[in-house]
Design a binder for this molecule. Structure first.
Ligand code: ZN
Length: 305
């Protein structure tokens, strides 16, 4: 009997351990407020989250590592008791869309330019042999990502909208194409929650990636202005922590400063390297500049040059 209890005890310890390990994997997704879940941890690519409606859960972006996103899916379905029927892409970058297969079968929703970009990518950089080549260097640094790429399966969005689309029985969610960060960049508002998923229009507290060939800094700043005017309470950025309208305004002003400095630089003929060296990046977005400044500024210099 003693042995039996010892065994029972040990197995409950093991169960507990397994459960904790599972929790550890999925812990990066958290309930932000009732009805809204987010993962802003950054270990599964860009931020992503979920909106809980009365009879379904709508995912916003998918993370990048589908094996991790699968844990998210299981967690959400268990927590809410509801199916995930729709997944909306804020834009086409891999760190936001590569986790999508974890939610199959699901309706994939995107703006027309985002779908177009996914189609183009599938013919080139998203071909599995090209992905393996391009990501080979992160093999040791990010083994989970590398593993997930081996079984990656990419499907195109099947519900495509031109300018906006409403979701939910009472149109609780509105999705709108604004462009800026990419031509297809869209925002998703959950009206009952007063929350916006703004995608990569905001890299909160960080220098943004703005090197996409379709990135349009003017549209980007206009998009931020439009969102700011909506006076929403909670902003879920594409990268960085959740914020409010004050941080959104600060971000918009920082991008305006960056744009003004780039316009001056292109007319005075200084190079991207000189621009960075001379400290012309606004202080508010200096964090992470070593990662994205060169790519972003090269594109912005061409855009205004
Ligand atoms: Zn992006």
């Amino acid at each position: 009997m003693k042995a039996f209890y010892a065994l029972l005890h040990r197995s409950s310890i093991v169960d507990n351990y397994i459960w904790k390990m599972r929790l550890h994997i999925i812990m990066t997704l958290r309930k932000l407020i009732d009805g809204i879940f987010v993962d802003t941890d950054g270990t599964n690519g860009g931020n992503y989250g979920a909106i809980v409606l009365e009879d379904e859960v709508v995912m916003i972006d998918s993370g990048m590592i589908h094996t991790k996103s699968r844990q998210t899916r299981e967690f959400l379905e268990r927590e809410t008791g509801l199916p995930i029927l729709k997944l909306v892409f804020t834009h086409s970058h891999s760190d936001h869309v590569f986790g999508a297969q974890a939610f199959e079968p699901v309706s994939l929703i995107s703006s027309a330019p985002t779908r177009k970009r996914c189609e183009e990518n599938l013919k080139n950089e998203w071909k599995i042999e090209n992905l393996k080549k391009n990501y080979a260097e992160v093999k040791d640094e990010r083994p989970e990502l590398w593993e997930a790429l081996q079984t990656l399966s990419i499907r195109l969005p099947d519900v495509v909208f031109k300018t906006y689309i409403f979701l939910g029985n009472n149109e609780e969610i509105s999705v709108k194409l604004l462009g800026g960060h990419t031509a297809g960049s869209s925002t998703i508002i959950s009206h009952p929650h007063n929350v916006i998923f703004i995608g990569d229009l905001v890299f909160n507290g960080q220098f943004p990636y703005g090197g996409d060939p379709t990135c349009d800094p003017d549209r980007w700043i206009m998009a931020l202005e439009e969102v700011l005017n909506l006076e929403l309470e909670t902003i879920i950025p594409g990268h960085g922590p959740v914020c409010g309208p004050e941080e959104l305004e600060e971000y918009m002003l920082a991008l305006m400063d960056l744009r003004a400095n780039v316009e001056d630089a292109t007319s005075s003929g200084i190079t991207v390297e000189e621009f960075i060296r001379e400290g012309l990046i606004p202080m508010e977005i200096a964090t992470g500049a070593e990662r994205f400044a060169e790519l972003t500024l090269t594109h912005w210099f061409q855009f205004y040059g």
